[in-house]
Every structure is written in structure tokens, then in C-alpha cells.
Design a protein around this ligand. Structure first.
Ligand code: GDP
Ligand code: MG
Length: 715
């Protein structure tokens, strides 16, 4: 019993794959509702007694054609890795639609176990399913489960492992697609087998069907590997296609799909009975009548956002104060305990102020992620996408772009990296590019604390309203830029698209805690690694090379002079002198020089050299903006009584609400962080788009910031 078994989980999006995967492997990972998150291959280990079974979570797909990246990923894994068994998880409450994919697995010949999930929902809707009947009709094991309650999953695994042991080679199921196509398949299959066409990779009948379906990746592969046979198969396909067009005005692909649906329909007719007529409105539909109402829906949506921000800021207000004063206290303690010098400056100005500045916002992040997870788990976020679909079309995007925006922080809090990756599910390349280039404009979880800090310092009266306005501004700007791209570099027709609406569900406490915990932990981990690293690098850049000897000696002489004069103002004058010295040193440092160089342009938007240093750090990661600001503004203050950063900024000369606003606008829209840029390059397939994002966004943000600064200054 030591052989290694691999079992793949496959199914439609929202069938409960992630839930089952978590229940089986106990691994902590995100259980979300939007497509794209599961696109990465997730693996885990299931323990059956002392046996370790390798589980792979495939991306959710509706089909195994080659329309989206997910479909190709899932299909290639099955065909090329040949897992020992596949668990096909289906939503029992939407059996017909889900079985379309199952049908394709059967045709491929994978050793399949059908997991009928959401049996609880099906029961509530009065749908009675007979698993044994399905099992006997399909000739595969069928196990009803409730993944969310971990019900019957052990039995599911027993069946899957047993199947893996007994099913050594693949046995493709033969569906009938009508005389014309069946005949063609037989001829093509014979040809494929005789010539060993792609025999090392695909089952022969499956290949024939793919040629008939006009599956581009497979045909392209055939053309390179064996052009001659491929040409014969293409000729056969062209023959059937011509015949079908003449006789029935349709394509082989459509005929094949029709027959699959017919197969499913008859299966469902025999194995499923409904106790309630299907016209009755389910609770979800009734809720949707209100929440997605043409006029009321968007209003409720804005209200929900506002409530989320109120909750985030009100609930986190006190804890954030505690946290930031905790780090301040730590800074004072270390400051008092260590002798003056480089080490103390590194610890206090570099590490405690830098990392502490970021960690101080953890309570805010927790509240924000909690609210967001609730909206997501309940199914409401999918409604937001649905409602925005109509508006998005006007801007050359569509509903699935909404999800990418939301994942990137469209509701504040999020990250553009998964946001950019979420665009993988989009079928149209142009809409996809427009989406992935504009998604980083959203207020990700790293920008929100920066915005919160600045609004706290300058617009303290109403942070929640302020963030709501900024969020709407981010959407507006993204849409306008997307439109701009779609009528220029990414011109093209829109593609049709149907939105899926999962039913509403009451989120479980456990789910909320896990999701919030994971996201928060990512934030904290980033503070402890990337941000710590950059804080130290930036501290060094801000500390070295220090003052030239003659100037330093000048300060020392002046210090002696003050001490010699003595008097009651001596202490104050010494502090002022130290601050002046620190400022001169910072100006002369590597970072200070770069910041001053940029000042030649940045003054247009009101940014001085210190702000430039922070913004430069922000290209590495947006959190660095806070940590750098803390360092920049604390360097000159070592030894003095320092307040929280927001207070320091509020009383710094030169800062005012107009400048703060210009700074916020620039931060919202300038270059994406390094991680996002890398992701854009990877997803867009060319470093040019990364470069485009960096320069275009920065210039665009700069123009906006100048407008805000100049117009605001006049008012
Ligand atoms: P995936 O897209 O296939 O990974 O689906 P998820 O695992 O993310 O599940 C989608 C939603 O269905 C989540 O809100 C789950 O909590 C919920 N869910 C999963 N399994 C069940 C189940 O057996 N019963 C009910 N009522 N809900 C479930
Ligand atoms: Mg999932």
C-alpha cells in the first residue's frame, strides 16, 4: 500500500471544490466565489489511515473546450498527468448544467467518481436525486455529499481510492452524436489509430471529436507533430461541416453539444424528481428582486459600501490608536535604552518606525477584510458584478471585469496581483488587456492605510465618506481609462458574455475567520519580510553618505558655542540644532539627492523631496510609503518627543489639505507596485505592457495631481 495515488478534484465554478479540498486536506486557503482564484494548481494531502493521498484542485470550468485558460489548464493536467482518479464535484441543485462537464470527462475516459454536492440545498428546493440510479446509468461510483459540513466525504474518498486501484487504463465513453458525425468519427478514429497520431498524448476517439469541434490548441499541435495526418483529419472535418451546413444549417460543434445535453436530459429525467414545481421562487430569487433591482439595486450597493467603510473605520479607530501608540512607546524605550549612534538610528528610525507604521494598521485591515469576506461569502459580490455589467459594457468591458476590479481592491482592500490574474477567465483578449491594465487603479489593501493616514491627518471629520468618494473616483478613472484604451490601442468588438449568479448563502463564522485571518496574515507577513527589507535599504539610503566633514565640523562647533553660552534656552537651541543637522544629513544622503533631483519636476504637484523618497519606495510596495514617511519625518526628530505620524504630518510646515489631496490622488493612480508590474508582464505576455503601466500610470497620476494641487490652491 505504498504506491502514490493522485486524485484530482474537478467541477464547475462554485460547485464547492475549494470547500471539499479544504475539508479533505485541512489546508488553509481561500474559499472564494469569483473565478480566477483557483486558476493556480493547488495541491494537498489527504490522510486515509496512515496512507497519504495526493489531491490536486483543478481550476473550475464549465467545459473542456479550449475557450479559457482554465479549461486548457484542467484538460492538459488530466490528459498529460493522468491522475489515478478524478472526483467530479457537481452542484446537485443545478445538476443539468453541471453534468455537461461530467459528460466530457466520461468521453475522455478518465476514471471518474461523481460527488453530488450541496445535497442540502437540493433537498431544500424539493429536488430528490437517486444516486444509485445515476451510478447505474453512468457506470461510475456516485456519492452524495455536503462538502460544507464535511458530510460523507470519507466515503467519497474510499470510493475514489478503490477506483484508482481498479481502473488502470482509460476507457472513453462513446456518446452518439447522430449518424453524420458518428460515421465521420469512426473513419477518423481508424486513421488516427493506424498512424499512431499523437498517440502518446490523447485517446483517439477524443482526438477525432476535438477535430470536429474545431479545437484550436489540439489542431495546432496536430499540424506541428504530423501535418499529413492532420490535413486528412481536417479534410474529413470540412466534409462533415459542409454536409451539416447544407442539410441542417449548423456546425458539428453545435450538434455534439446538443447530443450531450440530450444525454444529460434523459439521465436527469430518470434519476431526479422534483417535489416543487420549478417556477416557485427560491429565497435567492426573492432577495435578488430587491438587491438587484434596476434602480434600487445600485443605491443599495452604494449604501452597502458606505456601511462597510463606516464599520471599518469606527470599529478599528481605538485599536489602531493603541497599536500605533504601542509602537511609539517601543520606539521611546529603545531610544532611551541605547546610546546614540548608527545602530539606534537603524532600530528606531528604520525598523520600529518603518515596520511599526505598517503594523499599526492591522486592526483596520482586519475590519476591512472581515467585511469584504462577508460580502464575498454571502454571494453579494457576484450581484455587484451583475449590476455593473450593463455599465461596464458602455466602457468596452463586461461583467467579469468587475470581479477583477473588486479583487484588486474595488471595494477597498484587495490586491492587484490576484486581480490581474483573475482576468485569465476572460475570453476576449482585448477586454482582458483593458481590464488588467486598469485594475491596479483600485485601492488595494496597501493603499488604504496610506489614504487612511492622510485623511486622518487632514480630513479627520469623516474618513468613511472620504473613502467612499475616493473609491467611486477610482472606478470612474478605471472605466474612463479602459474606454480610452478600447478606442485606441485595444480597439475591437465586444464579445457576448452571460453572468452566473450563485445563490445567496449565509456565511459561516469559520469561513469568515479563516478568510480574514489569511488575508491579514499576508499583510503582516509582508510587513515582516519585504517591507522590513525595504525599510532597512531605504534607511541606509537616507543615512549614508552622511554629512561632509567640514559641514559636520561646523555643526559641532556651533554646538560647542551654544553649550559655552549656556542659559535657559540652551536645551531648546541644542534640539533645534540637532534637527537642522539631521535634515542637512538627510538632504545629502543618497535618497535625499534622488528626491531633490525629482523635486525639479514634482514641485508642480507640490511634492517636496521627502515625499518623493516615499513615493519612490512605494513603487517597491505601497506600504513602504507609510514606513518611509515615518522614517523621513522621524530622522530629524530623534531624541525629541515624537507623536504619531499623522500628527507629525499635520503640524509639518508645507503640508495642508490641498497638498494631502494631491498626494492621495497621485498615490491612488501612479505606477503599480513591483509585484503587480511583474504580474502584468507575465499575464500580458510582454514586458512592454509592464513598462506601459509604469510610465502611463505615473504620468497620468502626475497630471491629475497637478490639477488637484493647482485648482485646489486657487480655491
Ligand atoms: P468552488 O468555486 O467550486 O471552489 O466552490 P467553493 O468551495 O468556493 O464553494 C462555493 C460556495 O458554496 C461557498 O460559499 C461554500 O460555502 C458553499 N458550499 C460548498 N459546499 C456546500 C454544501 O455542500 N452545501 C451548501 N449549502 N453550501 C456549500
Ligand atoms: Mg474555488
Amino acid at each position: 500500500m505504498s504506491e502514490k495515488i493522485t486524485i484530482a478534484l474537478a467541477g464547475n465554478p462554485n460547485a464547492g471544490k475549494t470547500t471539499l479540498f479544504n475539508a479533505l486536506t485541512g489546508s488553509r486557503q481561500h474559499v472564494g466565489n469569483y473565478p480566477g482564484v483557483t486558476v493556480e494548481k493547488k495541491e494537498g494531502v489527504y490522510l486515509q489511515g496512515d496512507r497519504r493521498i495526493h489531491i490536486v484542485d483543478l481550476p473550475g470550468t464549465y467545459s473542456l473546450t479550449a475557450y479559457s485558460v482554465e479549461e486548457v489548464v484542467a484538460r492538459d493536467f488530466l490528459l498529460l498527468q493522468r491522475p489515478d482518479a478524478v472526483i467530479n464535484i457537481v452542484d446537485a441543485a443545478n445538476l443539468e448544467r453541471n453534468l455537461y462537464l461530467s459528460c466530457q470527462f466520461l468521453e475522455m475516459g478518465t476514471p471518474l467518481v461523481l460527488a453530488l454536492n450541496m445535497m442540502d440545498v437540493a433537498r431544500d428546493r424539493g429536488v430528490v436525486i437517486d444516486p444509485e440510479k445515476i451510478a447505474s446509468l453512468l457506470g461510475i461510483p456516485v456519492v452524495p455529499i455536503v462538502a460544507r459540513q464535511n458530510k460523507n466525504t470519507a466515503q467519497l474518498m474510499t470510493e475514489a481510492v478503490a477506483l484508482a486501484g481498479r481502473w488502470k487504463d482509460w476507457r472513453p465513453r462513446q456518446l452518439s452524436y447522430g449518424d453524420d458525425i458518428d460515421g465521420a468519427i469512426l473513419r477518423m478514429e481508424a486513421l488516427i489509430t493506424a498512424r499512431g497520431f499523437l498517440a502518446d498524448r490523447y485517446p483517439s476517439r477524443w482526438l477525432a471529436v476535438k477535430y470536429l469541434e474545431g479545437d484550436n490548441p489540439v489542431i495546432a499541435e496536430g499540424r506541428t507533430r504530423d501535418p499529413e495526418t492532420s490535413a486528412l483529419l481536417e479534410a474529413e472535418t470540412a466534409g462533415v461541416t459542409g454536409h451539416l451546413l447544407r442539410t441542417m444549417d449548423t456546425y458539428p460543434e453545435a450538434v455534439i453539444a446538443d447530443h450531450r445535453y440530450g444525454f444529460i436530459k434523459s439521465l436527469v429525467k430518470q434519476a431526479v424528481t422534483r417535489q416543487k414545481p420549478p417556477e416557485t421562487l427560491y429565497a435567492s430569487d426573492r432577495i435578488d428582486r430587491v438587491l438587484t433591482h434596476r434602480l434600487g439595486g445600485p443605491l443599495i450597493m452604494v449604501g452597502v459600501l458606505y456601511a462597510l467603510y463606516m464599520f471599518t473605520f469606527k470599529a478599528s479607530e481605538l485599536p489602531v490608536t493603541w497599536c500605533t501608540s504601542g509602537f511609539e512607546w517601543l520606539g521611546t524605550v529603545v531610544d532611551g535604552a541605547l546610546p546614540d549612534g548608527q545602530l539606534k538610528s537603524l532600530l528606531v528610525s528604520g525598523i520600529i518606525d518603518g515596520v511599526g507604521g505598517v503594523l499599526g494598521f492591522v486592526p483596520l485591515i482586519v475590519c476591512m477584510f472581515l467585511g469584504l469576506s462577508f460580502l464575498e461569502d454571502s454571494g453579494y459580490l457576484a450581484r455587484v458584478a451583475f449590476m455593473m455589467d450593463r455599465i461596464f459594457r458602455m466602457f468596452g468591458l463586461h461583467g467579469s471585469s468587475v470581479m477583477a476590479y473588486i479583487v484588486s481592491g474595488g471595494i477597498a482592500g484587495g490586491c492587484a496581483v490576484p486581480g490581474v490574474m483573475a482576468t485569465r477567465t476572460m475570453r476576449s483578449p482585448k477586454e482582458r488587456m483593458a481590464t488588467l491594465l486598469t485594475a491596479p487603479f483600485m485601492s488595494c489593501g496597501a493603499k488604504v492605510p496610506v489614504i487612511a493616514l492622510l485623511t486622518g491627518a487632514f480630513f479627520a471629520s469623516d474618513q468613511a465618506t472620504f473613502l467612499l468618494v475616493l473609491t467611486l473616483l477610482a472606478w470612474l478613472v478605471s472605466l474612463l481609462v479602459a474606454k480610452l484604451l478600447r478606442v485606441t490601442v485595444l480597439r475591437g468588438e465586444p464579445t457576448p458574455f452571460v453572468m452566473e449568479l450563485p445563490p445567496y448563502r449565509l456565511p459561516t463564522l469559520k469561513g469568515l475567520v479563516i478568510h480574514t485571518g489569511e488575508r491579514t496574515w499576508q499583510y503582516i507577513r509582508k510587513a515582516g519580510t519585504i517591507i522590513l527589507g525595504f525599510s532597512i535599504v531605504l534607511w541606509a539610503m537616507m543615512t549614508f553618505p552622511g554629512l561632509p566633514a567640514d559641514i559636520d565640523n561646523g555643526f559641532a562647533a556651533e554646538r560647542q558655542e551654544i553649550q559655552r553660552q549656556g542659559g535657559e534656552t540652551m536645551a531648546r537651541r541644542l534640539l533645534a540644532l540637532d534637527a537642522a543637522r539631521a535634515e542637512a544629513a538627510l538632504q545629502n544622503s543618497a535618497a535625499g539627492r534622488i528626491g531633490r533631483m525629482l523635486e525639479k519636476v514634482s514641485w508642480l504637484a507640490g511634492f517636496d523631496w521627502r515625499m518623493n523618497i516615499a513615493l519612490l519606495g512605494g513603487v517597491a510596495a505601497k506600504e513602504i510609503i507609510i514606513s518611509t514617511l515615518s522614517t523621513v519625518y522621524s530622522l530629524g526628530e530623534v531624541g525629541t518627543d515624537q507623536g504619531a505620524l499623522s500628527e507629525t504630518l499635520a503640524r509639518s510646515p508645507g503640508w495642508n489639505p490641498v497638498l494631502a489631496m494631491s498626494f492621495i490622488v497621485f498615490i491612488m493612480f501612479y505606477s503599480p507596485c513591483a509585484a503587480t508590474l511583474m504580474c502584468i508582464v507575465r499575464e500580458a505576455g510582454s514586458w512592454r505592457w509592464g513598462l506601459f503601466s509604469l510610465t502611463f500610470n505615473t504620468m497620468f497620476a502626475f497630471v491629475l495631481a497637478i490639477i488637484v494641487y493647482r485648482v485646489g490652491g486657487m480655491l
